[in-house]
Design a protein. Structure first.
Length: 125
């Protein structure tokens, strides 16, 4: 929407095309229409998105950014640009963190299984 107003179906298609692959988790996450609608309502309530219902048949809804959202986007743009420029670094760090968590879980699992296998102090009569 930073380039201008978008019809709901065009906005949904653009989001689908841009967000099919999630580099954070390494999996595909298509955005459902219901989720997009809910998010747009929240953004509208927050004063970041304007909704215009066109009185044509079939009904058409157009969304655009408010001046506040445009200001926010212009201030966030340097951070977004940095993240896009350093995506390979972010992915490497995430993979390293995920591997660290897997190793920790494996060690925890081994500890739990060895705790189960070792008998508790037995009472001696």
């Amino acid at each position: 929407m930073s380039a201008g107003p978008l019809h709901y179906k065009d906005l949904h298609a653009a989001i689908q095309a841009a967000s099919t692959f999630d580099p954070w988790t390494g999996s595909n996450h298509p955005i459902q229409g219901r989720t997009l609608g809910r998010t747009l309502r929240r953004l509208e309530t927050a004063g970041l998105v304007l909704k215009h219902v066109e009185t044509v048949f079939p009904r058409s809804v157009v969304y655009s950014l408010t001046p506040a959202a445009e200001d926010l986007l212009s201030r966030a743009r340097p951070l977004i640009d940095w993240a896009e420029e350093h995506l390979d670094l972010i992915e490497r760090l995430q993979k390293a963190q995920a591997a660290k968590k897997r190793r920790r879980r494996q060690l925890d699992g081994k500890r739990e299984s060895s705790d189960r296998e070792s008998p508790d102090d037995e009472l001696v009569d």
